[in-house]
Design a protein around this ligand. Structure first.
Ligand code: SF4
Length: 189
């Protein structure tokens, strides 16, 4: 039988491994094996898109009884073919059942060294007050050339990588309606 160089190395490698295991005392007798039962075997699988950057990798989300039990790259997705970067791999942390996720607004008062929990009413009133004040104080109707601009340069927006397309659309509408010009996304920070 004629063998080429590539086949020679494959045969040699397999033989060497067999000899090595035999010499070390491993039992090489074939045994019956069982498939490992995956924890997602009874889970519902939902395809989605990674929210972190514009690459738009596909992710599969597995849920059992409404709780996320696993996230992984979608092998059928044309963009990433199942691969994810480290941020995409950690997207599980965004799941609603992550115990480390904040569920209440936190406030750090002036000169305080601790955060305290406040209600949504208190937090939203405070945020609205600051936004209105900053916007109005810095609002410009025209620029130096006399052109209409209707903008505020006193506020910038940075975020949010965890929003989906529809939320981003609404967020943009909200910011533009306030007159913001400094709008950026923080996915790669
Ligand atoms: S953050 Fe990573 S996994 Fe997510 S879309 Fe971008 S490259 Fe893909």
């Amino acid at each position: 039988m004629e063998i080429n160089r590539r086949q020679f190395f494959k045969i040699s490698g397999a033989s060497a491994v067999g000899i090595a295991f035999g010499t070390l005392g491993f039992d090489m007798t074939p045994i019956e094996s069982y498939a490992y039962s995956l924890r997602i075997i009874h889970a519902k699988q939902t395809p989605t898109i990674c929210p972190y950057c514009a690459v738009g990798c596909g992710i599969l989300v597995h849920t059992i009884d409404g709780k996320v039990v696993n996230t992984e790259g979608d092998p059928d997705h044309p963009i990433n073919g199942g691969n994810l970067c480290s941020k995409g791999m950690a997207v599980y942390q965004l799941s609603h059942n992550n115990p480390n996720r904040l569920t209440k607004p936190l406030c750090r008062r002036p000169y305080a060294d601790k955060w305290e929990e406040v209600s949504w009413d208190v937090a939203l009133d405070k945020i609205a007050l600051h936004i209105k004040k900053s916007r109005d104080e810095a609002f410009e109707t025209t620029n130096a050339k006399g052109q209409t601009v209707n903008r505020t340069m006193g506020i910038a927006s940075l975020g949010s990588a965890a929003l989906d397309n529809e939320e981003c659309f609404l967020y943009q509408k909200f910011l533009r309606s306030l007159g913001l010009a400094y709008i950026e996304h923080q996915a790669r920070i």
